[in-house]
Design a protein around this ligand. Structure first.
Ligand code: NVA
Length: 372
């Protein structure tokens, strides 16, 4: 093979190959203390009733169709799409020396895998129900490994009780009171997290790649030790910057600060960047910070916020894949001169993920550069 099987340094170079997640076997997560920070409060009763069981089959079928829609749209744009394995064991109880749980096994590949250059990094994750989620990707990863990719599994946390703040007042979270699951005020919880620093943990979606610079957010599922692990692992070729947003419930950066090309980044209006050094870095490099309109697609049991509208996928700097019913966002991109590629995808929102969440770039044509 004359090119690397796995190679991607940013979110906008021309996309050649991508993983689109698979939803079969998804299981309703049990509404544990830590999962309350993840699931919208208005749906807690559903999770109390169904936790540990398969989701209603209709919901799964519709989400599977949404993922297939995405596969077809990407293939029509000339992108190679790979799909991970189905799993049939997500609602079985698994036990480690420190905890027992059932799985979740949603389709959000972006949370589990981070590609940096020719390396695939399996994130250690922080939620017990997602402990074994990497299993879905193992046959694909092994195939990429056989073709020459580098493969790293970050240290799995023990996920014993010490990793969680059991006094975290999730019942009072302002995160769930604002419109569409977005905070309407910062409140006392900004800067307080459900995870502690007892051992490193991170989800891959809390890292956003800009070539040699990678932004990382301390969130409910990514702690400072996890960010330090990433910096030391990647070494001096990369600069991992911790960035803070006005967000009392941060989980994954890809509906908060989303690059749409070398020169432009989307910033979620109710979750602005609070890190002066990062703002200065973008300003000095003359990068434009743009504020998209709110999302309009809402689905019943939608796990995330309305801002999944900005959880888009760049095929290159000219083409953006957007959910078909997000009309204000589509108009916004058209006004920026981008070609919008539309896909019916909102039935996947139930499981927490938009177009970026449900995918993982495997190969984009481009080289390692410094943009700042
Ligand atoms: N947790 C965030 C990001 C999801 C990709 C949200 O709900 O907006």
């Amino acid at each position: 093979m004359d090119t690397f099987p796995v190679c991607s340094y940013n979110e906008w170079d021309p996309l050649e190959e991508i993983i689109v997640g698979t939803i079969d076997g998804v299981s309703v997560p049990v509404l544990t203390h830590d999962m309350k920070t993840f699931i919208r409060k208005e749906y807690w009763d559903f999770y109390r009733e169904h936790g540990g069981k398969p989701y209603p089959i209709d919901m799964v079928k519709k989400a599977a169709q949404a993922l297939d829609n995405l596969q077809h749209v990407l293939e029509a744009e000339g992108v190679t799409v790979r799909r991970p394995d189905s799993v049939g064991y997500a609602h079985h109880v698994f036990k480690t020396p420190y905890f027992a749980s059932t799985g979740f096994f949603n389709a959000d590949a972006r949370d589990v895998l981070l590609v940096v250059g020719d390396e695939i990094i399996e994130a250690p994750m922080a939620q017990r129900c997602r402990y074994f989620e990497f299993m879905r990707y193992r046959s694909l990863i092994q195939e990429y490994f056989n073709q020459g990719a580098r493969w790293t599994a970050a240290p799995k946390p023990k996920m014993c009780d010490d990793l969680y703040d059991w006094d975290y007042p999730e019942d009072d979270m302002s995160f769930f009171r604002g419109e569409g699951g977005v905070p309407d005020h910062v409140g006392p919880l900004n800067g307080r997290f459900i995870t502690t620093e007892s051992e490193p943990c991170f989800d891959a979606a809390d890292f956003t790649r800009f070539g040699r610079d990678i932004l990382a957010q301390r969130s409910h599922v990514t702690n400072d030790l996890g960010i330090q692990w990433m910096q030391r692992h990647l070494g001096s070729e990369y600069r991992v910057h911790t960035v803070k947003f006005r967000d009392p419930g941060p989980i994954h950066m890809d509906a908060t600060w989303v690059p749409i090309g070398e020169g432009r980044v989307l910033s979620c209006p109710p979750r602005p960047c609070l890190s002066p050094d990062i703002l200065e870095m973008f300003e000095k490099a003359r990068r434009e910070i743009l504020y998209p309109p709110p999302g309009v697609a809402d689905a019943e049991f939608h796990m995330s916020s309305r801002w999944l509208s900005m959880n888009i996928l760049m095929i290159d700097e000219e083409r953006v894949v957007v959910e078909r019913s997000e009309e204000p966002t589509i108009k916004f991109f058209k006004e920026l001169g981008l070609k919008t590629i539309l896909v019916d995808f909102k039935d996947h929102y139930v499981f927490g993920g938009g177009l970026h969440c449900a995918t993982c770039d495997i190969r984009r044509r481009g080289t390692l550069k410094s943009y700042f």
